[in-house]
Write a protein that binds this ligand. Structure first.
Ligand SMILES: NC(=O)c1ccc[n+]([C@@H]2O[C@H](COP(=O)([O-])OP(=O)(O)OC[C@H]3O[C@@H](n4cnc5c(N)ncnc54)[C@H](OP(=O)(O)O)[C@@H]3O)[C@@H](O)[C@H]2O)c1
Length: 244
């Protein structure tokens, strides 16, 4: 591997590491030399991810990222970070006329408020090193709408707008902020979507993508790049991973 793609010496926090993209990302980042701090809600699956990490010195902790009040003490207990991957998130499919206040707050709390408030807590506790890289998970949905995707797409559009401002405000310290916007990636999130979207519609979506649905490693490799020094000139961007 070219040295500029190595993550040796970097400490990276990955949320949502119990499943899908976050899990694969943690595994691949450890293989690239990073020291990982991983979190999720499900203890069994978090322990499985931890066991799959390469190298030494990793840590894991259980946290519900809707417990915003705990973010100050959570940040206090963390070491200084060279990278953050905000992968925890939920999806939701609802036609616009059925959207309620509870639906809006449900999706915005985990997809928008949690990463924003966690980043603020880490900045206040001075836990984000100069030249660190922060990555938020958005979605192609913000550019390519689908029926029922209003809330999910809105939550991701909000995090994209936030990430661009964060990039501006932290540029003085060389800290970078970027989004990754995948299309459909085969994870438990997409399996769950199969409960509310018919297989017929999912197949139609896949046929629209020249390279078909993605795998978690298609996203984790892009995350690896954005965390590495190879991307040191990239900030405020949104990388679309749409399979063509
Ligand atoms: N898969 C796709 O097609 C796709 C496409 C575009 C964007 N994305 C985005 O990529 C990210 C990862 O998606 P994925 O497909 O990997 O999803 P996933 O397999 O369903 O995993 C979601 C992760 O989020 C965590 N999480 C959810 N609510 C949480 C909470 N309140 N507190 C702490 N952790 C919480 C889950 O933890 P537990 O399981 O431990 O509860 C799990 O680790 C999401 O932000 C998603 O919106 C995914």
């Amino acid at each position: 591997m070219l040295n500029s793609f190595s993550l040796e010496g970097k400490t990276v926090l990955v949320t949502g590491a119990t499943s899908g993209i976050g899990k694969q990302t943690a595994i691949d980042l450890s293989a690239a030399g990073a020291k990982l701090i991983i979190t999720g809600r499900d203890e069994t699956r978090l322990t499985e991810t931890r066991a799959a990490l390469q190298g030494k010195g990793h840590t894991h902790f259980i946290a519900d990222l809707l417990d915003f009040d705990t973010f100050g003490s959570l940040a206090e207990g963390l070491p200084s970070l060279d990278g953050i991957v905000h992968s925890a998130g939920v999806t939701g499919h609802l036609p616009v006329k059925f959207i309620s206040q509870a639906d809006i707050s449900g999706i915005m709390q985990i997809n928008y408020m949690a990463p924003v408030l966690l980043t603020a807590a880490l900045l206040k506790k001075k836990k984000i090193n100069a030249k660190a890289s922060i990555i938020f998970m958005s979605s192609v949905t913000t550019k390519y709408p689908y029926y029922g995707g209003a809330l999910y797409g809105s939550s991701k559009a909000a995090i994209e707008a936030y990430s661009r401002v964060l990039a501006l405000e932290l540029a003085g310290k060389g800290i970078r902020s970027n989004c990754i916007s995948p299309s459909f990636v085969r994870t438990p999130m997409v399996d769950d979507a199969g409960k509310t979207i018919s297989n017929e519609v999912l197949e139609k979506f896949e046929k629209m993508m020249p390279l078909g649905f993605g795998e978690p490693s298609d996203v984790s490799h892009a995350i690896l790049y954005l965390l590495s020094d190879a991307s040191k000139w990239v900030t405020g961007s949104n990388m679309m991973l749409g399979g063509g």
